[in-house]
Design a protein around this ligand. Structure first.
Ligand code: IVH
Length: 668
């Protein structure tokens, strides 16, 4: 077979497998086989650039770097929907439909309202031509390269699709992926994303589609825009979209009257907790296209559809003060101090304001009455200002320009929302924060030392950076308040013992911006000593799996600083582990090659960590949460019912400890 022929075959087969995997959730080959085919295709495409095709499955790993997004005027404006939060208003909506149509012979389609970003996709001859964001509703940004990276999206359709058509849908991120990314950020001392929607929006607007490809976005298509009269109802259109290979939601339902709509709403208000992605309500649409036409549009939204939003409890309270926190990496976070208010079981006194842009966007002023919500987010957030209650004398908030702690002028890097205090080595909060991070259980795990001891040592000028810890003397420590002979000895023993902590954890403990636990492990596996790492160029660093430009730059910057280098030399002389001595775990079998396993609950023969290790040495990968990609769940005692239910829903085999051991041939 010649190369071109093979390329075509591989592309076709891989698209088919992507569809089976992501849309039907019924893969017919292993991930390993898939990766092999993809590798072969990538190799052939590299040798034969003349056969380049933007719709090749290989493009799902991204590549093109765009400078600016081109903007595109929507042929039909991307409108929004009328919102309601009450069943009464929904009845009124139904009454209006009845009056306008003059009869009761209509039905609704109820759909989940996905909490993501709307996107318009243009297909021509079955190929994805362009993807455009909603923008201001009239025109949006062309983000085709980024959207192409979404694994569940077919860019080449099959079946009887029209020659040209447009579909609209929602791009979103699953909660487990979001949590993982946030966890990595937390470990790296970075600010957390407020919710999956914000993160998905940020990702879609990234300039480098290779970076986008590393972030797991997903899509549901919910609207076909087509001028032919062949399709008569929305329900039929959803069926067609699916036939052509586009991912639609499996939860859309025909409802013959408003009572059935209520059933759907009540059912999903409960069941939404089991979904792996966020929905913020239900969309109710008239099914019949002719009836839609009869009903028409208002200036802002169609009369034939409405969104019923689930309630997120909000409270209104007074903003007393805006304070600023300095993180250990110097990031400044504004925090709202509120008049205490009761919300969903707790009293809320503080809420995050994220950054200067957010304060500006909300135009929130000290003294304002603000709305506070707890939308599944980490800490409550301010969602708006009650302008009716605003005292006309209130002045716009002026963001600080100097570090509240050390007075250094703040900086803000281009493209970043956060302000930073650049005074890394002298800003007390940063210095103390860095040392506290260093001694933390997940880092150097220094026994006998807590956050308060660090503060005390710093205040007594006994430590000013992490290397100073290793010069501490018994007499110095004993001078501190509440330190007696025993506690002083414990502390020094703890410091001594930390010298045995492995290199990867030392790397994490250094507190380099964006270097969390996972990244540190990856770096230590590739660069076997700190000298190798310090001498690595940005390009060399970026060759490591999951290390992008941002992390690489941060490392180069950190190791380029003479103070940091000197400190590392001191740590080396103190005897810390700066070389990777860990042997690669020896492989026992390939039984679990390409398999993703989730371990949950408590086991009787092995500990959870041992079971995880068994997965790895038998070729498998561990994952923290269940998704359609999971191959097995190994369930011990006390596995959570929600997890079990999810595994059952996704038809994932649930193995007991013994069944798992049997599977890997380790039964005892
Ligand atoms: S239909 C005329 N269906 O909700 C607009 N929208 O305010 C027709 N959304 O911008 C939209 N899930 O981003 C529709 N199943 C669904 C949806 C959905 C989420 C979003 C969409 C739209 C917003 C409406």
């Amino acid at each position: 077979m010649d190369a071109q022929q093979r390329i075509i075959t591989l592309r076709k087969e891989l698209s088919e497998h992507n569809y089976k995997y992501y849309v039907l959730a019924q893969p017919s080959i292993s991930d390993f086989e898939f990766d092999k085919m993809l590798e072969e295709l990538q190799e052939l495409e590299k040798q034969h650039p003349e056969f380049f095709d933007p719709d090749s499955p290989s493009q799902k790993v991204g590549g093109a770097v765009n400078k600016n997004f081109e903007s595109f005027k929507h042929q039909y404006p991307m409108l929004s929907l009328g919102n309601t939060y009450s069943q009464e208003e929904l009845r009124e909506f139904d009454e209006r439909i009845y009056k306008l149509l003059g009869h009761k012979d209509y039905e609704y389609i109820c759909e989940l309202k996905f909490d993501g970003l709307s996107i318009s996709l243009h297909y021509e001859k079955g190929l994805l031509l362009r993807a455009v964001t909603r923008g201001d509703g009239t025109q949006g940004d062309v983000v085709t390269d980024n959207v192409r990276t979404i694994k569940a999206l077919r860019t080449k359709l099959h079946g009887d699709f029209p020659e040209h058509f447009e579909v609209r849908g929602e791009v979103f991120m699953h909660r487990p992926a979001f949590d993982r990314i946030n966890q990595e950020r937390e470990e790296a001392g970075e600010d957390l994303y407020a919710n999956p929607r914000n993160l998905a929006a940020g990702i879609l607007k990234q300039q480098d589609s290779a970076e986008v490809a590393k972030k797991p976005l997903d899509i549901f298509i919910y609207q076909l825009i087509e001028k032919n009269e062949t399709i008569k109802t929305h329900f039929e259109s959803l069926k067609k979209l699916k036939e052509w290979g586009l991912q639609t939601s499996e939860h859309s339902r025909k409802c013959k009257d408003v009572e059935h709509v209520f059933d759907f709403i009540n059912e999903w208000d409960e069941k939404r907790k089991l979904l792996s992605y966020d929905i913020d309500g239900v969309v109710i649409k008239i099914n019949d296209y002719h009836q839609r036409e009869e009903l028409g549009f208002t200036a802002k939204s169609p009369r034939w559809a409405i969104a019923y939003k689930f309630k997120t409890e909000a409270a209104c309270t007074k903003l007393l003060k805006i304070e600023y926190q300095v993180g250990r990496t110097g990031a400044i976070t504004p925090v709202a101090n509120l008049e205490p208010v009761f919300l969903l079981g707790t009293t809320v006194k503080r809420a995050s304001l994220h950054n200067a842009n957010e304060i500006e966007r909300l135009d929130v002023r000290v003294g304002d009455y603000v709305f506070v919500e707890k939308g599944g987010e980490i800490i409550p957030k301010i969602t708006g200002v009650d302008l009716d209650k605003r005292d006309p004398g209130l002045l716009p908030h002026v963001y600080i320009t100097e570090c509240p702690d050390c007075g250094t002028t703040l900086i803000r890097k281009p493209g970043e929302a956060q302000h930073y205090c650049p005074n890394e080595s002298d800003c007390p909060t940063q210095v103390i924060g860095k040392i506290q991070h260093f001694i933390h259980r997940k880092a150097m795990d220094i026994n006998g030392m807590g956050d308060e001891t660090v503060e005390l040592l710093y205040k007594h000028h006994l430590i000013k950076n992490i290397a100073d810890l290793y010069d501490l003397k018994y007499e110095d420590v004993l001078k501190l308040d509440r330190m007696a002979d025993k506690s002083a000895r414990n502390l020094l023993e703890g410091i001594e013992a930390s010298k045995a902590i492995p290199y990867a954890r030392v790397l994490f403990a250094l507190g380099i911006r964006y270097v969390g636990e996972t990244v540190a492990k990856k770096l230590a596996a590739t660069f076997k000593s700190i000298d190798d790492l310090m001498n690595a160029s940005q390009e060399e660093l970026m060759k490591v799996d999951e290390i992008g430009e941002r992390i690489a730059l941060s490392l180069v910057e950190y190791f380029g600083d003479a103070n940091n280098r000197a400190m590392i030399e001191r740590l080396k002389s103190a005897g810390l582990q700066m070389v990777n001595t860990e042997k690669e775990k020896e492989k026992v079998s390939d039984i679990l090659n390409g398999k993703i396993v989730v371990i949950s609950g408590v086991f009787s023969k092995f500990s959870r960590d041992e079971i995880k290790e068994l997965v790895e040495v038998n070729g498998g990968k561990n994952a923290g949460s269940i998704s359609s990609k999971t191959h097995y769940v190994v369930a011990g005692e006390n596995m959570g019912p929600a997890k079990l239910e999810k595994a059952r829903q996704l038809n994932i085999p649930i193995l007991s400890e013994d069944e798992f051991l049997n599977l890997i041939g380790q039964s005892i």
